[in-house]
Design a protein around this ligand. Structure first.
Ligand code: CTP
Ligand code: MG
Length: 232
């Protein structure tokens, strides 16, 4: 392991949170007295390696200005877009204006993952510091996996030892990530995370095992689970 490198951060926060079925996008729901987004930002702000951080927001976002962190000079606002990849590209454009260089590391982390531990962030940074490609936090699947047929019956059991769940942060070089995301979008390839854009560009991101509790708040029960956990 090498010493942690310096890095930039993009937090895509322009989603609507349809699966949460709440009255506002999930990153603005309350968790232990503050918004989910503020907890998410906490893990990065004040980190000694952090060069700059941008939050990609929907153009008509009425919630951001009322957060205390909106006036924090260490946090910049960027333009979100229709898809998550558009929001990340918007963030990269703003990082470019802030002085990010082609070979600088950029970490992309979901606004909806408020339980990232500093130890996992530091592990990712240290493990990938000298990696030629970059990589992501990920978790080996725990359950037995089944492939379903169209009749709703099991076709086969899949070898779970080679299956991982992709988490964030995902960490790549600024120039490589920007090219891969822009190229994949132009080619109309469906990409759901930064790693899949890098894979589309022909490279293999490294999997760094992280904590399973760095979960993405997706459905109401995820938020209830985290609330209970933080209470105890
Ligand atoms: N995101 C974004 N821009 C988009 C879509 C998503 O910045 N156009 C962000 C979300 O705000 C979230 C992260 O990407 O922090 C992960 O996306 P997801 O969990 O799918 O969030 P939503 O798209 O908001 O939720 P849903 O899919 O349930 O509508
Ligand atoms: Mg979504």
């Amino acid at each position: 392991m090498s010493a942690a490198p310096y890095f930039w951060v993009v937090i895509p926060a322009a989603g609507v949170g349809s699966r949460m079925r709440a009255d506002r996008p999930k990153q603005y729901l309350q968790l232990a007295g503050r918004s989910i987004l503020e907890h998410t930002l906490d893990c990065f702000i004040g980190h000694p390696g952090l060069r700059g951080l941008v939050v990609s927001l929907a153009g008509d976002d009425p919630y951001w200005p009322s957060l205390r962190c909106a006036s924090d000079p260490r946090i910049q606002r960027a333009d979100g877009g229709v898809e998550r990849a558009d929001s990340v590209l918007g963030g990269l454009r703003t990082l470019n204006e802030l002085g990010a260089d082609t070979d600088d590391w950029v970490l992309v982390h979901d606004a909806a993952r408020p339980n990232l531990m500093r130890s996992d962030l530091d592990k990712l940074l240290a493990e990938l510091a000298t990696d030629p490609v970059g990589g992501l936090l990920a978790v080996p699947v725990r359950d037995t996996l089944k492939r379903a047929g169209s009749d709703g019956r099991v076709r086969e059991t899949i070898d779970r030892s080679v299956i991982w769940q992709a988490y964030t942060p995902q960490m790549f070089r600024f120039g490589a990530l920007q090219n891969a995301l822009a190229g994949a979008l132009a080619a109309e390839v469906a990409i759901t995370d930064e790693a899949s854009a890098i894979e589309w560009a022909g490279q293999s991101p490294r999997l760094i095992e992280g904590r399973a509790d760095n979960l993405k708040i997706t459905r109401p029960e995820d938020l209830q689970w985290l609330e209970q956990r933080w209470k105890s």
